[in-house]
Design a protein around this ligand. Structure first.
Ligand SMILES: [Zn+2]
Length: 80
């Protein structure tokens, strides 16, 4: 569930007001690969083979999930 997507959201934690619990919080950021990343990785695996592991070392197609540390709701997502 996404409660709100504040503008100015980036890869680093931000101070915002959680729309779910109405508290002023600094978001907790969880890094995740998006679904497109895995699809591209499977396709590239057939071309590059084991060298596809290189892409796991960089922030390419990484999503930053901003979570409220108070109530745990997903506040917003930033795409690299
Ligand atoms: Zn909250």
């Amino acid at each position: 569930m996404i409660a709100a997507v504040p503008c100015g959201m980036g890869p680093a934690p931000i101070a915002t007001v959680c729309q779910a619990c109405r508290r002023k919080v600094v978001t907790t950021v969880i890094r995740r690969r998006n679904n497109m990343f895995w699809l591209v990785m499977v396709l590239l695996y057939f071309i590059l083979g084991i060298f596809v592991l290189f892409f796991f070392c960089c922030d390419w197609m990484m999503e930053m999930h901003h979570i409220c540390p108070s109530c745990g709701v997903l506040i917003g997502v930033f795409q690299m």
